[in-house]
Structure formats: C-alpha cells, structure tokens
Write a protein that binds this ligand. Structure first.
Ligand code: F0G
Length: 458
C-alpha cells in the first residue's frame, strides 16, 4: 500500500447499534450508584466503551453465517472439528480443549499444575491468570524485562521476558517447583506490548535446560505476530500464519481467550501436547465446563471462532487494527498526555501516576482518571494499577508498579470519528488534572477486587 494513503477500516458497516449521549448530571448519578466503580455502570449509560477489547468486537458477515452452521450435538459435533482444525492450523498442538473463555482454561491448567510451594513465572500475569494461580496456593511471579516497567521508555518488544531473572528464579526455587513457564502475547498488563521470537527462543532454551514446559497465554497472538512482522529483523515478508506457527512451535501448549484474537464474543481453549496432562485437564473440564467437544460453548460459538481465526490473521485487518490503536495513542502523546510508549496492540494506556502526581498510589490515581473520563465524556476505560494489583493474598496493600488507565479498542467496532471524540475528551480531562482528587475503598472482596470494590471520592 502506498505510504501517503490513509489506512482505512477494511470493511463497511452492515448492521448498526445505537449509542446514547448522557448529561453530566446523569453520569454523576450513575457513578454514585455504581460506587465510583465503572464496572458497576449500566452499559447504556456509556457512550464509548473502552473497558475492554474482550468479547466486545463486531463479528463479520461470514462469522454470523458460520453461526448458522452450528451443530448442537452434545458429543462429536462437526462444529467442534471445524473449531479444532482452525486452531490447529495456527497452533498445531495435539490436544485442543474448548472452554467458555480464557480463565476457564487457566483454572483447569493451574488446578492440574499449581498448588502450595509452586511458582509460575510469566512476563506479566493478567489479573485472572494471577488469581487462578494464587487460588491453588501457588505463587505468580512477573519477570518482564526492566524496560517493560518504565511507561515512557520506547523498546520494540517491551513485553519480553527477562531471561536472566527467569534463570535465577528457577535456580532459586528449584525446577521441580516450577510446573510451567508462561509468556503472555501480547503482554496485556504491561501495556499490550509484544514479545519477540528471539525472546521466545531464549525462554525456550532456559525451559529446555531445566526440563520445563513453556505455555503461551496467546489471547492477542495475531497482534503480537504483526509486531514481529513489522519490527523483528527477518520477518517483514513472512505471512502472519507462518509467524504464528513459529511462535506455537516454541511452546508446549497455550491458554486462549477467543474473545480477543478469536474475534468472537465468547469462547476460549486450552491446547497442549502432553497426553497425560491433557487427560487430567479433560477430566476437570467435564466437571465444570462440559464434554470435551464443546467445553461450555454452543456449537455455533465454535463455528464463529473457527471463522474468526481465519479473519484475524488477514494482513489488511491487522494493519488497520494496529494503526488505529496507534492513531489514538500518538494523538494523545502529541498533546502531551503521558501514555505508555510505544503504543500497544489492543489499547492505549494512560500513565495516571505521571498525569496526577498529587494523588498517592494508595489513593488510586488510575481510578481517579478513569472516573474523570466517564464524568466528562461518557468514556469508560479501566484502571490497571493499584486497585487491580495492589492487594496481596495476605490482605496487605502496596503500590502497583504502575498506575495506568487502559483505553482498550474493541475490534472492528468504533470508527475514526469516535476515536477523534475520545482524543478530545482525554485532552480536556488532562487540562483538569491538577484539580482531580483520589478515592478510598469502602468495600472490597478478597480477590479480584477491581470488579466489585466500591469507592468514595476523597
Ligand atoms: N489472559 C490475558 C492476557 C487476558 O487479557 C485475559 C482477559 C485473559 C487471560 C482471560 O480471558 O476474559 O476470556 O477469561 N482479558 C480481558 C481484558 C478481560 O479486559 O483484558 P477471559
């Protein structure tokens, strides 16, 4: 494509959904009712919903058509085989176990591998991943490279694992206590940053030396593959499916949320090569998710995922996807709003700690910024910081490494003018920053508190 041309949405709109502008007073009432937690809002009180890119994307005509092929047989549905074949075309693992979403795959795998005394390294665990590890009594350790912890620092593969730290952890705890090494692509909690194939190979080498399995948390595998293609020497002309298969070939298995790069509204899977472990996982699956050929999904969902996997590796789609996220991030960066750089694949991360230095981490600058974006413009983002990660299994609390607000872009859903509006609102809120105040938590559950905690403005 010629460089001077705008990178456009490679689709037309076929079916539309209304969105509704509310008044500031309405939003203030909605926030109060929700305990200043944006997860508590009614979504029809939200104008532009950037809470998550998970399950919120638009399906294609061909995915809706695939839904009509859904076969709801309890066992051995042809829809399962279509799903399995589409997964194995990209990730040729011997066993593909469908689950209703990513965290179900995590729960099953960590139930089989976790437990007290065990430690599971990852570049950065996503919140549900960490919670599922900790729920078994195991410890979740984040080992992203030091560059990955500095929001303003530019590095092409800021999601890479710190291989020396991994080596040191395995030596310190003993390989017998490390049941699996995880790498999350892209590194969601670290800013949607990619992991290079070079780094995956280095992690593989450490795993091989200690006889440990390597699993991918592959939620955003296609976006990661696009970054490899555009940033890693030697990959500029390699087809995306080949890059994905090269990532897969370095791993022994994967957990997946099809709500991200499956381009589906629900679904996930666990895939792996180890026959005995797969057997244990299937038995756990039957206990809570369902028979191994549907795993908690309808046949129609399996069809939608199979088609989504063919679309997500399309180059025109990925070029648009990564460019449209960068478009938002670069505009905010140019306006002087502190953002995690470079811009990640699925989201723009605002650095709330830098924007709101007057708010201490334990007064939740990320939450304060997320609340202000909703109040001023009806935009819903999510705090990724001390609210999400600051509370430890023993009940103590400390500042998370960063206090970010994530503006996640649902796939194929919003147009450039929606994003232009988001840019205007964030710029406006940045001018109000010195006046913003923190919050305190008035109620919270023992785990995953960010979903249901209630706050009070200070
Ligand atoms: N791993 C990563 C890296 C994720 O981003 C998510 C979900 C999961 C696992 C769990 O998958 O939601 O299907 O159970 N992330 C969503 C988000 C919720 O908003 O980033 P799930």
């Amino acid at each position: 494509m010629e460089r001077w041309r705008t990178i456009i949405e490679p689709f037309r709109i076929h079916s539309v959904e209304p969105i509704r502008l509310t008044t500031r007073a309405e939003r203030e009432r909605a926030l109060e009712a929700a305990g200043w937690n944006l997860f508590g809002l009614h979504a029809d009180d939200v104008l532009i919903d950037l809470l998550t890119d998970s399950g919120t994307g638009a399906m294609s005509r061909d995915q809706w058509a695939a839904i009509q092929h859904g076969d709801e047989s309890y066992a051995g549905s042809p829809s399962f085989y279509a799903f399995r074949d589409a997964v194995q075309a990209l990730f040729p693992f011997g066993h593909v176990i469908p689950t209703h979403q990513g965290r179900a795959a995590e729960r099953i795998l960590f139930s089989a591998l976790g437990g007290p005394g065990k430690v599971i390294p990852n570049n950065t665990h996503f919140d549900t991943t960490r919670a599922n590890v900790e729920f078994t009594g195991a410890e979740a350790v984040d080992l992203v490279i030091p560059e990955g912890r500095v929001p303003s620092l530019v590095h092409p593969f800021k999601g890479n694992m710190d291989v020396n730290a991994l080596e040191a952890l395995i030596r310190e705890r003993g390989p017998a206590n490390v049941p699996v090494v995880f790498v999350t692509v892209t590194n969601n909690s670290g800013g949607g940053q990619p992991v290079s194939l070079e780094n995956l190979r280095a992690v593989r080498e450490v795993c091989d030396r200690h006889g440990l399995p390597l699993f991918l948390d592959a939620c955003r595998f296609a976006e990661n593959a696009w970054f490899i293609r555009t940033r890693e020497p030697g990959y500029a002309t390699r087809p995306i499916p080949e890059i994905v298969r090269e990532m897969a070939a370095l791993a022994d298995g994967m957990t997946m949320s099809a709500k991200k790069d499956g381009l589906a509204n629900i679904g996930g899977w666990l895939a792996l090569n180890d026959d005995a472990l797969a057997e244990r996982c299937r038995n756990l699956l039957i206990l809570t998710e369902g028979f191994p050929t549907y795993g908690g999904l309808a046949g129609r969902d399996l069809e939608a995922i199979a088609q989504g996997l063919r679309e997500v590796v399309d180059e025109d789609y990925l070029r648009y996807r990564i460019r449209s996220t960068a478009y938002l991030g670069e505009a905010l960066d140019a306006a002087g709003v502190p953002v995690v750089r470079p811009i990640g694949g699925h989201a723009v991360y605002l650095d709330a700690r830098a924007l709101l230095p007057q708010i201490a981490p334990l007064e939740y600058p990320g939450q304060a910024l997320a609340v202000a974006l909703y109040l001023e413009g009806g935009i819903r983002g999510v705090e990724i910081g001390t609210v999400m990660f600051g509370r430890h299994p023993d009940g103590s609390e400390s500042a998370a490494p960063m206090d970010l607000v994530r503006l996640a872009i649902p796939r194929r859903t919003y147009t450039q003018s929606h994003i232009d509006y988001v840019i205007e609102v964030v710029r406006h809120v940045a001018t109000l920053a010195p006046k913003l105040r923190g919050l305190r938590i008035v109620a919270q559950p023992p785990q995953l508190r960010h979903f249901t905690a209630r706050f009070e403005p200070l």
